[in-house]
Design a protein around this ligand. Structure first.
Ligand SMILES: O=C(O)CCC(=O)C(=O)O
Length: 248
């Protein structure tokens, strides 16, 4: 399958500022990073409107292929405050795994602990050095509280060479991330995580943009009209993100 070789980055790693280096170190140690001012109040309002309209249409807890649903989601693909950090951690060869919105209704129960990928983990990687690289970015559009169900994580668990337990038992060092609209929560797909029960009387809305090494398989095909157009006419990074190198 031919692909445009010009969309393949010339270097694997970008140059990092000292601040970015510090954030990368934090992420590598703990498996998550809360990014302040990731989106503006105007962008929060725009995403809320777009997601509310999408949810009215689909009536579905999950919206997959989110970027096809509404033009207002499009900027999330390579939104600089996040994409810069994704590239700082994963390198320049990055592909989108999926773009999803999740609307958690009042009364929704606790999610079980899970990892997003099926691949086993070894903290040492393989002799070659490979470790599956996938980072999810949650833009929480409602302030997370202990009532509406924060995302719960076990910092450092991305390196555990065993699966999380079934259900949602407590971990002594679990952390309830009380994210605010405007912040974004980056988390390693192999971090033990779960959304807590929504005991409030309001919906809890999140857009999840999931990135990975460009050589991993994506969940979504990005073959709807909006993304097909962008893969043909976008920047080299956008083309790569949307699976511009499908096979080689
Ligand atoms: O709802 C959340 O905060 C986490 C979502 C999640 O882990 C998932 O959809 O797999």
């Amino acid at each position: 399958m031919p692909y445009d070789a010009a969309i393949v980055p010339a270097q694997l790693n970008p140059e990092l500022t000292p601040d970015l280096e510090r954030e990368v170190r934090f992420f590598m140690k703990w498996g998550y990073l809360v990014v302040e001012n990731a989106i503006t109040p105007e962008q929060v309002a725009l995403l809320r409107d777009a997601l509310d309209e999408t949810f009215t249409r689909t009536k579905s807890q999950f919206t997959h292929q989110l970027l096809e649903e509404d033009e207002r989601f499009a900027f999330l693909l390579d939104h600089p405050p996040i994409f810069t950090r994704i590239q700082a951690i994963l390198g320049n060869c990055v592909q989108l795994h999926s773009a999803t919105a999740r609307v958690t209704e009042p009364g929704a129960p606790d999610q079980s602990w899970h990892r997003d990928g099926p691949w086993p983990v070894d903290p040492d990687g393989t002799p070659y050095g490979s470790i599956p690289g996938q980072i999810n970015c949650g833009y929480y559009l409602d302030e997370l509280t202990m009532q509406n169900g924060p995302i719960v994580i076990v910092p450092g668990s991305q390196r555990a060479p065993f699966k999380p337990p079934e259900g949602h038992p407590r971990f002594p060092d679990e952390k309830f991330v009380l994210a605010k609209p405007g912040q974004a929560v980056l988390f390693n797909g192999w971090l033990y995580h779960r959304g807590a029960a929504n005991k409030s009387d309001m919906r809890r809305r999140v857009c999840l943009m999931c990135y990975q090494n460009a050589w991993m398989k994506s969940r979504e095909s990005f073959d709807g009209p909006r993304m097909t157009k962008l893969r043909e006419n976008g920047t080299p990074a956008q083309k790569l993100l949307l699976g511009g190198v499908a096979q080689w």
